[in-house]
Write a protein that binds this ligand. Sequence first.
Ligand code: G4P
Ligand code: MG
Length: 174
Amino acid sequence: MLLMEKLYITYNQIHNTVKGLTEEIRESGFDPDLMVAIGTGGFIPARMVKTFINMPIITVGIAYYDLDDNQMDHPVITQWLDQPEKQIKGKKVLLVDEVDDTRATIGFCLDELMKHEPAEIAVLVIHNKNKAKKHEIPSYIKHYFVGKNFEDPWICYPWDAEDTEEQDRLALQS
Ligand code: G4P
Ligand code: MG
């Protein structure tokens, strides 16, 4: 069996990618009111975006396990908005996650957020994998900000590393 290629990424690389993405957002004219960060991978990227474009961050949680720990073949909400009619309705939302892999989670979140009638939703991901997706990007999405495109490696994020100096060394080699 072929081992999946591992790609190690450093915090500095993520920071620089986020910085570039925020420049793209400014140039696009899209002026978000708030971010919705998909946990947990979207948490740190969303906070990094906030350094460059200051706005509130709301977090949501999606899992593939139900409350009885049964594995599900579709996403399940584990944490959602408190008052979506106040938080989302009429607002310009930037949905943030670290990676667009199968797009199942991002697609599900978009469908759910649209129920609350935002003025606009844009998506920001640090990385996208060029592979078959489980969800199309809906036609109402005018802005899809992608930091870097890869084929299909397993991306090792710095927030999953216990030793970030070792992570930096591995990233230099990959
Ligand atoms: P997508 O909509 O963002 O494409 O997500 P998808 O449901 O396909 O991905 C399922 C889980 O696998 C997600 O984690 C996603 O972050 C994670 N994942 C996919 N590809 C990679 C990768 O190359 N590296 C790493 N480290 N993770 C990957 P999750 O269930 O949202 O959990 P969490 O890690 O965000 O807490
Ligand atoms: Mg995730």
